[in-house]
Design a protein around this ligand. Structure first.
Ligand SMILES: [Zn+2]
Length: 93
């Protein structure tokens, strides 16, 4: 699933509720999910880590949707290599 398709799917599933909750609450949920991912990386199983990666992506997609921005377009910043030096792999220090 590409990022635009994922963002659209999240908007279909949760968009109305997320818009009611608002951007500030979405950022708080995203931060909480990043914390859960950090814990899963340290102490979790691969299944738990995959679960938390999905949750972080879901909240990131919700935030992008509410900001009116495309997650796919955001990822494109890295599509041609490092956005600073242009190389793949990065040749910055
Ligand atoms: Zn670089």
């Amino acid at each position: 699933m590409d990022l635009d398709a994922f963002q659209a799917q999240m908007a279909r599933i949760y968009g109305e509720r997320d818009a009611t909750r608002g951007i500030a609450a979405t950022v708080a949920w995203l931060a909480e999910e990043v914390g859960e991912l950090a814990r899963a990386v340290r102490k979790g199983t691969p299944d738990e880590q995959r679960h938390e990666l999905g949750d972080v992506l879901a909240w990131l997609a919700s935030l992008a949707e509410q900001l009116g921005l495309s997650l796919d377009a955001a990822a494109a910043r890295y599509g041609e290599g490092c956005p600073l030096c242009g190389a793949t792999p990065c040749r910055c220090r």
